[in-house]
Design a protein around this ligand. Structure first.
Ligand code: ZN
Length: 467
C-alpha cells in the first residue's frame, strides 16, 4: 500500500479501491460506480443530513433532471458561470429537439420557475426545500473519485424569505446545521467568504466550506450562498405583503456533495486504510469469534448474544462468522475502518469479558460482558471525540501566518493581510500561484498590512493550493 504522507494521490486511490468505496472502471470518465460499502457510507451521511434538515422545517422535494435552455439562461451571470461545463440533451429518439435541455449542474434554474408559481403571499414564506440528487458537470481537470467527478451525488437546499435579514438568519441556521453534520463526520473546516471573482455565479455572496487534506491542499466540501433578489427578479418569484405590495423574495442555498466522503478518507485514513468516524460508520462494531476446538459452541453463542444486544440498542454491529483466520478478518475490517473490533475467545469467556480494539488509536482493552452495550457506546463516543480533536489539531497546524511575501510555504494554508481590492488579490494569486479562499465569515482579530500594497488591514485573508 502507498504511504499517506509520501504519496497522497496514490494512497487515496488505493484506499478507495481496497475499501470497496467506488469503481472507476465504468466506461465514462468521471462517472464512477458506487460500490456497496461506499454507498452505505454515503447513505449514512445522507440520512443524517435529512434528519437535520427535516428537524429545521425544510421539506424534501425531487425536481426533474432536465432544464429547458430558456429557463437556464434567465440569470445572465449564472449561465455564464456554467456555460463550459454543462451537458446538453439535443435529441429525442431520431428527432432534434425544438429547445435544447440542460442536464442539471445544480437546480436553481429548475426550481425557480416553479417557486414563482408556488409563492403567492407572505403566508407562503419562508419556503424551505431540499433535495438529494445527482448533478452533472463536465470536468476538464483530472478526475478523482468523490473529489472531482462528472456525475456528482449532491445535496442542495433552497429557501425564499420576505427580507434580506430573514435570508441572513437562514444562513446562520445553515451554519449551525453544518457544525452538527461536520461533528458527526469529525471534519474540521473553515468558513470563508469567497472573493468576488470566485463566488457562485449569480450570488450576492458565497461562503466556502473548506477542509485541508494531507497533501496541504484544501478541499471545498460545500458552500452556502446569499442570493438576495438576484434570481427572484429574473425568475419572477414575488409575494404580496400585508399592505398588498408585490415584492421579490430573498433567497439562499446550501450545497454539499460526495466530497464529504473524499474529505473523510483524506482527513482520517491512515496507512492501514480507512478510519471511519463512529457517527456515520455503516458498521460501528464488528464481532470476531476466536474459535478453539473445545470452546466453539460457547464462543458462538456469546457472539450471537452480543450481536443481538448491540443491534437491539441501535448500535450498527456485525458478526463476522466467515470460515477464515481471525488475522485475515482483522485486515479486512481495518481497511474498511470499522471503529471498534470486538473479540470473544475461550479466555474472554472465562473472565467474563469481551476484548476490544480501537481502529483510530490501535489501543486494546476489555469490556465486561455484562456491560457490553454501555461499554461499546462509551467507546464509540470516546473515539468520536478523539478523532475530532486530532483532526482539529492537524487542521490548525496547517494554517500559517504570513507577513511578507518571502519564504511562502507551499504546503500550508496561508493567513495574511489583504486590502480586499481586486488588483492586489489577482496580483497575489498570479505571482504566488495560491488561490485566495476568502475572508473569515466569523470575524477574527487581526492587525497587519496588505501583502501586496502595504495598506493596513484589520481582517485576514486565507489562501491555499486547492484540490
Ligand atoms: Zn492591497
Amino acid at each position: 500500500m502507498p504511504m499517506k504522507e509520501d504519496d497522497f494521490a496514490d494512497w487515496y486511490l488505493d484506499i478507495v479501491e481496497k475499501a470497496g468505496l467506488s469503481d472507476k472502471r465504468y466506461p465514462i470518465k468521471g462517472m464512477n460506480v458506487w460500490t456497496p460499502y461506499g454507498w452505505k457510507i454515503m447513505r449514512q451521511i445522507d440520512g443524517y443530513i435529512r434528519e437535520e434538515f427535516d428537524a429545521t422545517d425544510h421539506d424534501e422535494v425531487c425536481f426533474p433532471l432536465l432544464i429547458p435552455e430558456t429557463q437556464f439562461a434567465k440569470e445572465k451571470e449564472h449561465i455564464k458561470g456554467f456555460d463550459e461545463e454543462v451537458y446538453w440533451v439535443t435529441h429525442a429518439g431520431k428527432n432534434e429537439l425544438d429547445e435544447r435541455l440542460v442536464v442539471r449542474p445544480t437546480s436553481e434554474t429548475a426550481m425557480y420557475p416553479m417557486f414563482s408559481l408556488w409563492v403567492r403571499s407572505h403566508q407562503d414564506l419562508p419556503l424551505k426545500v431540499y433535495q438529494i440528487v445527482n448533478t452533472f458537470r463536465y470536468e476538464t481537470k483530472q478526475t478523482r473519485p468523490f473529489i472531482r467527478v462528472r456525475e456528482i451525488h449532491f445535496f442542495e437546499s433552497h429557501t425564499c424569505h420576505e427580507t434580506c435579514e430573514k435570508a441572513q438568519d437562514q444562513i446562520e441556521e445553515d451554519i449551525q446545521i453544518l457544525a452538527r453534520i461536520a461533528k458527526k463526520i469529525c471534519l474540521p473546516y473553515t468558513l470563508l467568504i469567497r472573493t468576488e471573482w470566485d463566488k457562485f455565479p449569480g450570488a450576492h455572496y458565497t461562503v466556502g466550506i473548506d477542509t485541508s487534506m494531507p497533501n496541504g491542499r484544501t478541499l471545498q466540501m460545500g458552500s452556502i450562498h446569499h442570493y438576495r433578489t438576484n434570481f427572484s427578479v429574473p425568475y419572477d418569484i414575488e409575494y404580496e405583503n400585508e399592505t398588498g405590495e408585490h415584492l421579490p423574495v430573498h433567497q439562499t442555498t446550501f450545497g454539499m456533495s460526495e466530497r464529504l466522503v473524499g474529505a473523510l478518507i483524506g482527513v482520517h485514513g491512515d496507512d492501514k486504510g480507512l478510519v471511519m468516524p463512529p457517527g456515520i460508520a455503516p458498521i460501528q462494531a464488528v464481532i470476531i469469534p476466536i474459535i478453539s476446538k473445545k470452546s466453539a459452541e460457547e464462543v458462538s453463542a456469546e457472539c450471537a448474544r452480543i450481536l443481538r444486544l448491540l443491534k437491539g440498542a441501535g448500535i450498527r454491529a456485525k458478526l463476522d462468522d466467515r470460515d477464515a483466520r481471525p488475522g485475515s478478518k482483522y485486515y479486512d475490517w481495518e481497511i474498511k475502518g470499522v471503529p471498534v473490533r470486538l473479540e470473544v475467545g475461550a479466555r474472554d469467556l472465562e473472565n467474563g469479558v469481551v476484548s476490544f480494539y480501537r481502529r483510530d488509536t490501535e489501543e486494546k482493552g476489555t469490556i465486561s460482558a455484562e456491560d457490553i452495550v454501555p461499554g461499546v457506546r462509551m467507546l464509540l463516543d470516546v473515539i468520536s471525540e478523539s478523532m475530532m480533536a486530532k483532526a482539529n489539531e492537524v487542521q490548525k497546524s496547517r494554517i500559517q501566518d504570513i507577513d511578507s511575501a518571502e519564504n511562502i510555504p507551499q504546503d500550508k494554508i496561508l493567513r495574511f493581510g489583504w486590502c480586499g481590492c481586486e488588483d492586489c488579490g489577482h496580483k497575489f494569486e498570479d505571482t504566488y500561484g495560491f488561490k485566495i479562499l476568502g475572508t473569515p465569515y466569523h470575524p477574527e482579530p487581526y492587525q497587519g498590512s496588505c501583502i501586496i500594497c502595504g495598506k493596513p488591514v484589520d481582517k485576514p485573508a486565507y489562501a491555499a493550493h486547492t484540490m
